[in-house]
Design a protein around this ligand. Structure first.
Ligand code: CA
Ligand code: CA
Length: 170
């Protein structure tokens, strides 16, 4: 039963990772996220960008499992997520950049059609929507990510936004 604002935020973050909604986070959720992004941007899984994204997704999963899967069953339950991932990443945001970095770098390369090293707000909204965010939420979030308001979202903006996402005040 979700009761406090903190618990609601945790539930939303868990749902973001639990892409298939089966109640736990596992490797399949990360490969599903990679697959959804590649489909949205018409990128082949066997392309260099597709391979980099799957490798980044696997590294992201391994990193999350390493800090949160306490019983080692290759599944992160909501309880493990709250007491492992959220707390430890909040205590050490740089660690999040380390484990999520390769995935975010590869995701940006997939979304960045003109390969100038940044995604447009529209490309970012498409990526967030592909990952399951409702259209209005994706559009609003993409605008917020563009912190210097130049219409482009750079890798540091993406990494810091993801790290902030985990800095959930209790
Ligand atoms: Ca899942
Ligand atoms: Ca587990």
């Amino acid at each position: 039963m979700v009761s406090t604002e903190y618990e609601r935020k945790i539930a939303a973050r868990f749902a973001t990772f639990d892409q298939d909604g089966n109640g736990y986070i596992d490797r399949e959720d990360f490969s599903a996220a990679a697959k959804a992004l590649l489909a949205e941007f018409g990128t082949a899984a066997r392309s260099d960008k597709g391979q980099a994204l799957y490798i980044g997704a696997e590294a992201f999963w391994q990193g999350m499992a390493g800090i949160a899967d306490r019983d080692g069953d290759q599944r992160i339950t909501r309880e493990e997520f709250v007491h492992g991932a959220v707390k430890r990443l909040r205590d050490n945001p740089d660690r999040f950049a380390g484990i999520a970095g390769p995935f975010l770098h590869a995701a940006l390369a997939v979304a960045d059609a003109d390969a100038d090293g940044a995604a447009t707000v529209a490309e970012t909204a498409r990526a967030l929507k592909a990952l399951g965010a409702p259209e209005a939420v994706a559009t609003a979030a993409a605008g917020t990510l563009d912190t210097d308001a130049d219409g482009r979202i750079s890798e540091p903006e993406i990494v810091s936004a993801f790290a902030r996402y985990f800095t959930v005040p209790e």
